[in-house]
Design a protein around this ligand. Structure first.
Ligand code: FAD
Length: 657
């Protein structure tokens, strides 16, 4: 016991894959004492997951990293389906439009997980000193249930080992860098990272006490096993090979997302960055129903090449270069429980796995981490009521169920090769895609009613903003900055900086009655109306970050030329003696001559009256929490009271009690 160095942290994250890094992003944004460990000795550089759905891109925009993904990634606008035609030769039978420009500024984008991790890591470093501790493995977990109701206690003890030169599995932990790694495969910033890989030292051990633990440790989750949380489901009987190559092929859609089926099988063709194309190839089917692991050593890049050639025939296929390949057995698993007492949480592949052909695992894992991360961080900061943590399982578990249902419907499409099925495959696929479209793209998350999501029983909120639905995302729109005229998507202006955001949809302030309503509202926001405290000044600060956990953004609907920035009350455009006026706080739903996406239709898209406006609260993770009438500061305050911890200077009376 003595050899263990003892330490404490508020939050410990095990696993620095997509899910763990997203959770860590929030620790960085809120400035929380946290640690994140991973047994790999570096980040992922090549291969692994690669498909980003548009909703994930929207979240990346709110984090400020989306432009890097677009710059490097490959955008897929439709999925093409190829099947044998009347003469048996492959023909393009259909295409499914997977880009929905009316829904989102972003499309499905493919880029290696390694780059995505790079961008999140860079963002974490930009906002804090938090850094992933690589080459550190968690080895034992103790959890003291007695302490679970005391938010300031440390019920978790995790013993970790810094993997050193005398460890037997040193070879294993370097595998993440890829066997075919060479400098040409990497971009300079990743290469620098790899070159700085820590020199192996002597093995060290440490005992870390934590208030909260997030197990983001992947499909074989160590944390889940320690908690003895069961998983349901099993391996399916299909073995797949995946390879990233520069293709040499006369198949016309080799640089388009395609599903190619003939009697030799079905493959998935996914164009990627830097001329790479990924192929998902069925390589072996075990005895139906068997869950045995297969003999991995039999599968090689040459074998995968032959399988692609057989399915592509009579089109040609070959490659000289590949950057990464792997083999896996599809597993569909889910655990019913994703938390222990809301002190230990499981996130990402640790709670659900399915076939990579859905291209959703990383997206779901990123979004799980995003959901749980801000809640834990804000609870640790003392600003969020700890009971809100219960909404993680409530919100994410039904989506994991849905993911598996989609996978169960979709996967057989790739496995059943009977000629009569091949015929109807394209239309079947289109039907499934249509059924799950909103979910798969992430538009619909169906977050249910909770302290964080207020759905009025009589749907009263619909009267004010018909398409702003509590528990769903804010449909992205492009708005003009009132002071500058610059157009910007709301995915960017609603920055994921950790604060709740009140959207004052001010309507048309040329109308005198409306102007009066805004003045009444802003007086209350400023705490100048009778005994009411302002909601901006009512809750505990986010220590070291923000004086108030709430930000205000105003979006009005008058023509930009007919109102001025200074027509809005000062609380909506605060003044800082050093930084001047907050020009980024007033936005206008008006057309911009040089940007056709900024077309003055935001209020219509949101279902808001252009004169009367509405009031909306957006949660830190970019989902709508509350919607009401412009003047309903009381309703809004009730909502926030259920979530945030109030500060009451001595003697002050809570006006809403
Ligand atoms: P992981 O990425 O698995 O990360 C877990 C981390 O925990 C690892 O780094 C591991 O080293 C660490 N760890 C585990 N145990 C310990 C321990 N005891 N101590 C310390 N560290 C530990 N998804 C998509 O959305 N789109 C795709 O196109 C896509 N393609 C895929 C292709 C392939 C071939 C595969 C295999 C998966 C694909 N996926 C895809 C799925 C995606 O990779 C996963 O869903 C995603 O990586 C899960 O993220 P995670 O953070 O939950 O777990």
């Amino acid at each position: 016991e003595d050899k263990y160095t003892q330490s404490e942290t508020d939050v410990l994250i095990i696993g620095a894959g997509p899910s763990g890094l997203m959770a860590a992003y929030w620790m960085a944004r809120y400035g929380i004492s946290a640690r994140i460990i991973d047994k790999r000795d570096t980040k992922v550089f090549i291969g692994h997951a690669d498909g980003l759905r548009a909703r994930t891109m929207e979240l990346f925009d709110s984090m400020g990293i989306q432009q890097r993904v677009i710059q490097e990634g490959s955008i897929s606008t439709e999925a093409n389906i190829w099947v044998p035609g009347p003469q048996g030769k492959l023909v393009r039978q259909a295409y499914i439009n997977i880009s929905r420009v009316d829904e989102s500024p972003f499309s499905n984008t493919c880029l290696t997980q390694g780059r995505i991790e790079r961008f999140i890591l860079d963002s974490i470093r930009e906002h804090s000193d938090l850094d992933v501790e690589y080459g550190v493995i968690a080895e034992s977990l103790e959890y003291d249930e007695e302490l679970r109701n005391d938010p300031n206690s440390y019920p978790i003890t995790v013993k970790v080992r810094v993997l050193g030169e005398d460890d037997s599995n040193v070879e294993d932990r370097s595998e993440a860098a890829g066997n075919e790694m060479n400098r040409n495969n990497l971009l300079p910033d990743d290469w620098a990272d790899l070159a700085q890989r820590k020199k192996l030292q002597k093995t060290q051990v440490e005992s870390i006490k934590a208030k909260y633990l997030i197990g983001c440790d992947g499909a074989h989750s160590w944390t889940r096993k320690q908690l003895k949380i069961p998983v349901e489901g099993s391996n399916t009987d299909h073995i797949w090979g995946v390879i990233d190559v520069i293709p040499l092929s006369d198949f016309p859609d080799v640089r388009r997302l395609s599903i190619v089926t003939n009697t030799a099988g079905t493959i998935l063709v996914i164009p990627r960055e830097r001329g790479l194309v990924r192929f998902y190839v069925p390589v072996q089917t075990c005895e139906a129903g068997t869950t045995d692991r297969f003999d991995r050593s039999k599968i090689t890049p040459d074998l995968i090449r032959e399988r692609v050639q057989a399915i592509f025939a009579p089109f040609t296929f070959d490659f000289k270069e590949y950057s990464w390949w792997t083999v896996y057995q599809v597993g569909q698993r889910i655990s019913a429980q994703s938390t222990k007492d809301n002190r230990v949480f499981l996130s990402g592949d640790a709670v659900h796995t399915h076939s990579p052909k859905m291209g959703l695992g990383m997206n779901m894992s990123l979004q799980d981490g995003f959901n749980v991360g801000w809640k834990i961080a804000l609870a640790v900061a003392g600003t969020l009521k700890p009971e809100v943590l219960g909404t993680y399982a409530l919100e994410r578990h039904p989506l994991a169920e849905m993911l598996l249902e989609l996978d169960r419907t979709w996967s057989p499409m790739f496995n059943d090769q009977k000629p009569e099925v091949v015929d109807t495959k394209a239309s079947d696929m289109a039907l499934i895609a249509a059924k799950f479209e909103d979910f798969a793209d992430g538009w619909k998350v169906f977050y249910p009613t909770s302290s964080l999501v207020w759905k009025a029983e009589d749907n009263a909120e619909f009267a004010f903003a018909r398409h702003m639905i509590p528990g769903e995302r804010v449909r992205p729109v492009k708005l003009r900055n009132q002071a500058e005229g610059t157009p910007l998507w709301t995915t960017r202006s609603l920055e994921s900086d950790g604060r709740f955001r009140i959207l004052v949809l001010a309507g048309d302030i040329r109308n005198l009655m409306q102007k009066q309503r805004i003045e009444t509202l802003t007086k209350a926001l400023a705490g100048q109306s009778g005994s009411n405290t302002s909601p901006l000044d009512r809750y505990l600060e986010i220590p070291g970050r923000f004086k108030s956990p709430i930000d205000v953004l105003t979006i009005h609907a008058a023509p930009w030329k007919e109102v001025e920035f200074f027509d809005f009350p000062e609380i909506l455009r605060p003044f800082d003696p050093v930084k001047g006026w907050a020009y980024d706080k007033i936005w206008c739903d008006d057309a911009c001559i040089f940007d056709r996406y900024c077309d003055g239709t935001a209020y219509e898209k949101w279902g808001v009256d252009r004169v009367l406006g509405a009031l909306v609260v957006v949660r830190p993770d970019q989902y709508i929490g509350w919607v009401g009438e412009l003047g309903d500061l009381e309703g809004l305050t009730h909502y926030l009271d259920g979530i945030l911890v109030k500060k009451f200077p001595t003697g002050e009376i809570d006006p809403f009690l």
